[in-house]
Design a protein around this ligand. Structure first.
Ligand SMILES: Cc1cc2nc3c(=O)[nH]c(=O)nc-3n(C[C@H](O)[C@H](O)[C@H](O)COP(=O)(O)O)c2cc1C
Length: 156
């Protein structure tokens, strides 16, 4: 089974989680890259506003052909109890190319359920598994057991 882990990460937390998941599964990995600069305090503010308004952005082109993958695992940070704007754009633009999906997110503390439900609704497919991690768990490396459980389900 060919697997792609693809994620957006503004400050590296979701990237770290995505890398651990890809390593466990021997999967390919690709970052979702935004053309909008979301760094710093200004970036925080526009990102929160855009996420709440469910806006889309312009992404840099992906180098992966999604037809090649049996499973695509999509990762996002939670912004304003929603998926991030780049992740929303990715699922909106690619929904018809995705055969099987799984989702993961990182967050301060809440918003995962709402975001996952919306990702499922946009794509129109039930995820094979979902994984919600708190930022602090990832930063302190207390997340590998959860990654193990998530990837075990996906290997079946
Ligand atoms: C604009 C913005 C809004 C956020 N909103 C939430 C939220 O609603 N709930 C939450 O638990 N964390 C929220 N966070 C925290 C991030 O989800 C968390 O820090 C995440 O791990 C960041 O991932 P990253 O380092 O991959 O960008 C928000 C962060 C940003 C930048």
């Amino acid at each position: 089974m060919k697997i792609l882990v693809t994620y957006y990460s503004r400050t590296g937390t979701t990237k770290k989680a995505g890398e651990a998941i890809a390593e466990k599964l021997g999967a390919e990995i690709e970052e979702i890259k935004d053309t909008v600069d979301r760094s710093g305090a200004g970036g925080y503010v526009i990102s929160g506003r855009d996420a709440l308004q469910k806006r889309l952005t312009k992404l840099e082109p992906s180098e992966k052909n999604l037809d090649d993958f049996d499973l695509v695992i999509i990762g996002t940070p939670i912004w304003g109890w929603n998926m991030s704007v780049p992740a929303r754009t990715y699922v909106t633009e690619n929904k018809d190319k995705l055969k099987n999906v799984a989702f993961f997110c990182t967050m301060g503390g809440s918003g995962d359920k709402k975001a996952f439900l919306e990702m499922e609704k946009i794509i129109g497919k039930n995820p094979k598994a979902v994984l919600a991690l708190k930022t602090v768990e990832v930063v302190k490396n207390n997340f590998l057991e959860k990654v193990e459980k998530f990837t075990e389900v996906l290997k079946k």
